[in-house]
Ligand binder design. Structure first.
Ligand code: TRP
Length: 456
């Protein structure tokens, strides 16, 4: 049994160390476990509540996607997508809005804090507050409930939102008399739930105390670390590790042995400047290889787009049939029995690419060559095995083009399609989430192969 783990990251601003330690790193680690079915997405609709700066939103979406991928997220394994590419989410938001108690939303921390600020300054209670902020918990509940997530890793500040998602799921289930939704649970990483920022308070954009993960490179990383606030004790004076933000940040990156050594160094009176250098070097040794991948990814926005479109397809293959069941339960039924959209066919993604299936070759991180086969609609169908020689890949593409469905063997193994030539596996699909999706992909692949053969 797999546990479905889902989390979102709001796409405002640039990822910082707190995001990495508190959310990205544990999420990437969890996604590698066999008992975890991970759904990670960019909450770009949530971002619109806080920002109307289109360029910033665009930039942030790209940076965050590249960050997660650079941190080791495998999009073949995980369902990685943007909220705004899944129209089922806003649709579900409305269904949940209609069962949400307004009083519950009045009590949401973020909204209440905004009202309190207004009241304190003698303003009208709702001055300057958009309804997006008010509805934030409902949109978030839709994010979670649309995919029947079991566990939602979040920071402590988000626990109330998960409780509201449970409440909304429960209400809907109760009103409509069936277990439509799995009720999610918050997952809090006790160890590293929050990282302190430069001033010792929780590292957060709203406190302007963040240490950037990649932005500005290692120079910026070092400079920011050097500006972490410390007490005024001098070199030689013992320093209390447990009241030092430096130590807390160090511990989030280091092994137990390294942490014990750093604790001792502080107690032994290491100067703050030297302690900061130690901290910088420890972080940089983790960040440097990721930064390199990050820069390569950022330089290829179309590559990222392709990955995210694939992710949206995987996500929608789950959300679309679920929404159909909900619409039916709500009475949003079609009177015509004739117009039936097959639930088996995953939604199509329109792309600007040509109307024919196509191959795309690329060089993998390990230096080998591979290619992908995309459907006419731009969906990834197959990823080839690696080749040392790019020509070998080219030859194989020609053979596949000429072969058609009848000239190859297509095996389905554990919800994954493998294409064989001469008894050798040469390319395979992603692992699909369920049989319907896998079957739909298989028929798409057959169609693509035949289209190619017809043209060859
Ligand atoms: N509100 C979350 C945050 O600020 C981001 C988010 C949006 C989210 N939708 C979600 C997290 C769904 C978990 C599940 O951190």
């Amino acid at each position: 049994m797999q546990t479905r783990v889902l989390t979102g990251i709001t796409t405002t601003g640039t990822p910082h160390l707190g995001n990495y330690v508190g959310a990205i790193r544990p999420a990437v680690e969890a996604s590698k476990r066999d008992d975890v079915d991970a759904f990670y997405f960019m909450a770009d609709y949530h971002a619109l509540i806080k920002s109307d700066d289109a360029d910033r939103i665009e930039r942030s979406r790209l940076e965050i996607a590249a960050t997660w991928l650079a941190a080791g997220l495998d999009p073949q394994r995980v369902t990685f997508y943007r909220q705004s590419d899944v129209p089922e989410i806003p649709e579900l938001t409305w269904f949940l809005t209609c069962v949400a108690a307004k009083g519950m939303l009045n009590r949401a921390h973020a909204y209440k804090a905004a009202v309190d600020r207004n009241t304190e300054t003698g303003e009208d209670a709702d001055a300057g507050i958009n309804a997006g902020l008010y509805m934030y918990p409902v949109l978030m509940a839709a994010d979670i409930l649309a995919f029947d997530a079991n566990k939602v890793p979040v920071g402590r500040d988000q626990i109330q939102h998960i409780e509201m998602a449970r409440d909304l799921g429960q209400r809907f289930n109760h009103i409509h008399g069936r277990e439509f939704f799995v009720l999610p649970e918050a997952l809090i990483e006790e160890q590293v739930a929050t990282l302190p920022g430069m001033d010792g308070r929780k590292m957060s954009k709203s406190y302007d105390n963040t240490i950037p993960l990649f932005a500005g490179g290692k120079k910026q990383l070092r400079e920011t670390i050097m500006r972490i606030v410390t007490d005024s004790s001098l070199p030689g004076e013992p320093k209390d590790p447990d009241s030092s933000a430096l130590f807390t940040i160090f511990r989030a990156f280091a092994s137990e042995v390294e942490t014990a050594a750093f604790r001792k160094a502080l107690l032994d009176g290491i100067g703050w400047g030297d302690a900061k250098q130690v901290l910088y070097e420890r972080i940089e040794s983790d960040v440097a290889p990721m930064r390199e991948r990050y820069e390569a990814l950022i330089a290829d926005p179309i590559g990222i787009e392709t990955i995210l479109q694939q992710g949206a397809l995987k996500a929608r293959a789950i959300a679309t049939p679920k929404m159909a069941a909900l619409r039916d339960a709500l009475g949003l039924r079609s009177a015509s029995p004739v117009v039936h959209v097959s639930k088996a066919s995953p939604p199509q993604v329109a792309t600007k690419s040509s109307k024919m299936p196509r191959f795309a070759s690329f060089r993998d991180v390990d230096g080998s060559f591979r290619f992908r086969l995309f459907s006419a609609e731009g969906e990834e169908l197959l990823l080839s095995v690696p080749f040392a020689d790019p020509k070998a890949g080219g030859v194989l593409q020609k053979r596949i083009k000429a072969a058609g469905t009848d000239g190859v063997v297509l095996q389905v193994d554990a919800l994954r399609i493998v294409l064989e030539l001469d008894g050798e596996p040469v390319a395979s699909s992603t692992h699909y989430h369920d049989e319907l999706t896998c079957e739909a992909a298989l028929s798409q692949l057959r169609q693509a192969l035949d289209q190619l053969a017809a043209q060859a």
